[in-house]
Unconditional design. Structure first.
Length: 315
């Protein structure tokens, strides 16, 4: 919510995520990605891509999806976290890989962008079972998807089994079959990941001329924080130090360099060769949770269940 180091808490937090090699495979984009540099490829959700090579966090790909203007396939770099292997469960619009608990599924489905019959499938981190969660009016219903032992068959009730989760979704999109309602549109995905680096060839030290300050977001004893742009394409936060305390700044940089997790604010780059020294980080567009809560204090228009959800996430 704010320009702080933690975006959302999770008992399963890790500092780094393993990135399996997917060279020579075909992948499908699960998010839009507007290119940041001339070497990037503009992605639209659903694009099919052939992976040519990869770095730790980026893929060099060839687009296989036909463009509307009939132009030839394009080449370029895309962030690894924005694509999934073609025909995998993770590539389905209704599968939410980052949802691990019922409260998280409920949070996603009760957003105002979703309506009756919106649904998603997720995998529980406690029992390793798949669950189908469906919006039903102001409520969310959860159904455990069972699997037969030693067989790749999925079912909600014993007499109706499916070879894949996709077949299960297709069936319950046409038949209520004991659910609270038929499945309609997949839950809207608003939690788009941020690329782990500014570009495929990012270096920690960037030219100050590549940064543009737009609006001051806050000010403290040691630094000001600005909303800014990198390379005229990418929203960033710029932390500009008023006082140069090199041991303190170096410690902060060294710690943030090692933290690569979707629930932690990302350090993208630094400017340390001239004054003022600054850090370039991911921008939290919605501002700070504290500011939001204060702004709603007099209105008293936040539901108790929503405030409890905030408290659970922070805890």
């Amino acid at each position: 919510m704010g320009n702080s180091s933690c975006k959302r808490c999770c008992r399963c937090c890790q500092t780094k995520k393993e990135q399996p090699s997917i060279i020579r495979n075909r992948v499908k984009s699960i998010h839009d990605y507007p290119s940041r540099t001339i070497y990037d490829l503009n992605l639209k959700k659903g694009d099919v891509l052939e992976v040519i090579s990869e770095t730790d966090y980026w893929l060099f790909v060839r687009r296989q999806t036909a463009k509307a203007d009939g132009s030839k396939p394009q080449l370029g770099y895309v962030p690894k976290d924005f694509v999934k292997p073609l025909d995998s469960v993770e590539a389905e619009l209704w599968y939410f890989e980052n949802v691990k608990m019922r409260i998280e599924a409920r949070r996603c489905l009760l957003r105002p962008q979703n309506h009756e019959g919106a649904f998603l499938i997720w995998k529980c981190c406690e029992n390793n079972n798949y669950y189908l969660s469906v919006r039903n009016g102001p409520h969310v219903r959860h159904y455990r998807i069972k699997q037969r032992e030693n067989e790749k068959q999925f079912f909600l009730v014993h007499h109706t089994t499916f070879q894949t989760l996709r077949e299960l979704v297709e069936f319950y999109s046409k038949n209520e079959g004991g659910l609270c309602t038929k499945l309609h549109e997949p839950c809207v995905k608003l939690d788009q990941p941020a690329p782990l680096t500014l570009s495929f060839d990012s270096k920690w030290e960037v030219e100050r001329s590549s940064l543009e300050k737009i609006k001051k977001l806050g000010s403290g004893e040691f630094a000001d924080v600005w909303q800014g742009l990198w390379n005229k394409t990418t929203d960033v936060a710029i932390k500009e130090f008023k006082v140069v305390n090199y041991p303190y700044i170096k410690t902060e940089i060294d710690i943030m360099k090692e933290l690569h997790h979707e629930r932690l604010l990302r350090l993208y780059a630094v400017c340390t060769t001239s004054k003022p020294v600054c850090l370039v980080t991911e921008l939290m567009k919605n501002g700070s949770l504290k500011t939001m809560l204060i702004s709603h204090k007099e209105k008293k228009d936040l539901e108790f269940s929503l405030m409890m959800d905030f408290a659970v996430q922070v805890t």
